[in-house]
Design a protein around this ligand. Structure first.
Ligand SMILES: [Zn+2]
Length: 267
């Protein structure tokens, strides 16, 4: 396949000093930003998607503040430690170290909260996607109305709005509210998804946003909503749970799409 071919011949260049495992995660995380941008999950320079650094459980990769999602590459990601210190700086295409004077501290607060409490999570994605924002503002919250949405039935968390996430003590409440669930609605703010891989977190965001769109579309008709019984919805959720994890089949297909557009995210 095309993506495998490109991956195999890609020069390691700026990423020579890191492990092959970390290089792959950096490529996936950069791809995730590009896909998020293509699919309306970006907001100019705001928002953040992160991934845990393999072998360093307290370190995670985050997008450099000031870059658009379509400018993110495997090399210009920033590695933060548990104290929000930069342990690996971002690098430009010529190998030079990029300026990190400005940062988005809310990214550290929201994401470090989850890595500290969920050992199974290796990627956290946060977005201000349009349908997700609307559902975050509904008092009744998320109502799964279609098959895609049933994968989240009884698997959704909520976090009350506290203002901009600039206080470290909000991390306890973020982690506690997420619990063991894969997705969380940050009330009046946006969506969060987590996964054991970048692919999982991205596909959960993709399917959650579609589910929110379906809910809003159905509600906007003003007509009565038909729903299967709670037992059937729970059964569908369980069937999803027992299927291949999200991203298993979709992620290679999405990378092929990206590679047809622009392979610069890989370097
Ligand atoms: Zn946000």
């Amino acid at each position: 396949m095309k993506s495998q071919t490109i991956s195999n011949i890609a020069p390691r260049g700026r990423l020579q000093s890191i492990s092959e495992e970390e290089r792959q995660i950096r490529i996936d995380l950069a791809a995730c930003h590009r896909l998020a941008d293509l699919n309306g999950f970006s907001e100019i320079v705001w928002n953040h998607i992160t991934a845990r650094v393999p072998g360093h459980s307290n370190h995670f990769l985050i997008n450099l503040f000031g870059l658009r999602f379509d400018e993110v590459t495997a090399s210009n990601l920033v590695t933060l430690n548990e104290s929000a210190e930069i342990v690996v700086p971002p690098r430009a295409s010529d190998g030079s170290i990029l300026d990190t004077e400005n940062s988005n501290f809310t990214g550290f607060v929201i994401h470090s909260a989850i890595y500290d409490h969920r050992e199974d999570v290796n990627c956290v994605m946060h977005s201000h996607s349009r349908a997700g924002l609307a559902v975050c503002a509904l008092k009744e919250g998320f109502v799964p109305v279609c098959q895609t949405a049933f994968q989240f039935y009884n698997r959704v968390s909520y976090h009350e709005y506290e203002g901009l996430s600039l206080d470290l003590d909000e991390r306890e409440r973020l982690a506690e509210n997420l619990g063991d669930n894969p997705v969380m609605f940050l009330r009046n703010h946006g969506l969060m998804t987590v996964g054991s891989s970048v692919a999982q977190a991205y596909l959960r965001m993709h399917y959650l946003e579609i589910s929110c769109q379906a809910q809003l579309d159905a509600f906007s008709t003003g007509r009565e909503i038909h729903l299967p019984s709670p037992e059937v919805r729970a059964r569908a959720a369980e069937q999803y749970q027992q299927s291949a994890p999200p991203g298993t089949y979709e992620w290679p297909a999405l990378l092929r799409k990206l590679d047809e557009i622009d392979t610069s995210y890989r370097f």
